[in-house]
Design a protein around this ligand. Sequence first.
Ligand SMILES: C[S@@+](CC[C@H](N)C(=O)[O-])C[C@H]1O[C@@H](n2cnc3c(N)ncnc32)[C@H](O)[C@@H]1O
Length: 217
Amino acid sequence: MDSPVTTERLREIIARSRAHDRRPPFLRNLIGAKRTVNKYYNAIYEIARALKPKMVLELGVFRGVSAAHWALGNPEGEVWGVDCMPQSLLPKVKQIANFNFVLNETVRAAEAIAHHGPWDVVFFDSVHVYDQVTAEVEAYTPQMADYGIQVFDDIFKREGMRRFWSELPGDKDAYPHLSQCGFGVRVSWPEQALPQGMDHDTYERVRSPYTRIDDGT
Ligand SMILES: C[S@@+](CC[C@H](N)C(=O)[O-])C[C@H]1O[C@@H](n2cnc3c(N)ncnc32)[C@H](O)[C@@H]1O
């Protein structure tokens, strides 16, 4: 993304996703109306609509339901999905024009797909264990765009994921209502954009009134 994404902004977008469901019937019915009702799918759709990420990377695609939400939420962006199990992917997701499937192990894929980045969004949804998600974060954080977000499913699933989430540094927020085992988002900013000792939300609160003055609004 070209401009900063704050945890406050994400909270607003996600709150909006609780209030209404604007998804097209194609998404609502991907795997049967009831199962696609998962609240985090609508949140993904609203995040993509609001932030318009140019490049999204999904680690762990399975049937492609979340990938389809990233893709249709922002048809101008590109979605790349990595999975080692191609047979599960729904044929109708394969046909989505802005979705690309990469058959590989998620960490091993990092070098091969780096040239498609930098990534505005990385969605970590492969196997939810400490070592795997830690290795994925290490592999893909250097590939993040300046103002990107990292999205995690199942952050409270078992001890390993709880430990991973508690150790993850930076500006992050958990949205427990979105998924049975927790859902989390971390925002990434370029280090040089922040004055020393100031967190992103505080910086944004200080900065935004002056930005409006600069804009003449
Ligand atoms: C939870 S499912 C993904 C669900 C999907 N993101 C959604 O919400 O619609 C996890 C997927 O990750 C894949 N996976 C797990 N570990 C992997 C690894 N190390 N490399 C590649 N794919 C992996 C599995 O094959 C499976 O399809």
